[in-house]
Design a protein around this ligand. Sequence first.
Ligand code: ZN
Length: 340
Amino acid sequence: MSLSITDRLRAGTVLGAEGYVFDLERRGYIKAGPFVPEVVLDFPDAVRELHREFLRAGADVMVALTYYAHREKLRDVGREDDLEAMNRQAVRIARQVAREGDALVAGNVCNTWAYDPDDPDTKQTVRAMYAEQLGWAAEEGIDFVISETNDYLGEALIALEVTRELGLPAMVTLAPTQPDKTRDGFGYAEACRILAAEGAQVVGLNCDRGPQTMLPLITDIREAVDCAVAVQPVPYRTDAAAPTMETLRSPDGQRAFPVALDPFGCTRFEMADFALQARELGANYVGICCGAGPHHVRAMAEALGREVPASKYSPSMDLHPMFRADVAAKDAAFLHSWTA
Ligand SMILES: [Zn+2]
């Protein structure tokens, strides 16, 4: 029998891999803008393949692609009638691939865009959305729930409550889009402390920030809680001038988010360094979010000391004709004056 998420976190670092929506958008199966995972019903093989690539790269968790598969978003694209089928099928696909290895299956909910801390009625709306999504996921069979990209502590607490009512372990992560607080005014570490006190098994941050601007927030969170800490940045080079992927601009001032971020992408080596730094800071669930590719995940897995199925094809540059021997002479011969 497969170990639970809490047992795995006790035993060592758990490697996460997300960014399904961004990658399937790049592959032509999801529409940028609404970012609704219609691909789950329309091209299930594409979802299966991406799960499999992350599994081969060493991901310990297959996250069901139900991100934005909630009532509010499906209504936007005229597919509200497909809501249940989309949610159930996403979990079935994740389960099927998880069983090809030794991965766990996570149900997945996210910020709804329906929550307003100043309007108590929206709490019931959000609760109903999470209850139906996670209810279907639990019936299909999940090992735990990831509630992610939370802008509001208040909304995250609703997801946590629904998860606990289903008797499932909860990982709850906040989207650090603001300098130091959630949109309802809680410092990130304080919000994580409250989530842990309310029973989350894993708390932390995901999405929006790249490694360089997300890691500095992890130290305070690590100090604030006794439970496991998760960190899943986007693989983009955010910095002090542009701390989130939404604030990155091209040299001519155009917003790069969400479909022109390519020039800011982190290499696999930068993500491998990130994985080591995250572990050093005491993070237990180390992963990657929007923008991720299997090459990043494999490099992170290998940096953490693992050999994974895709390691069979990890680089052997000593076998490349350009790099095997006499590199300087070959540069001179093949690259001519470009090497100057
Ligand atoms: Zn993301």
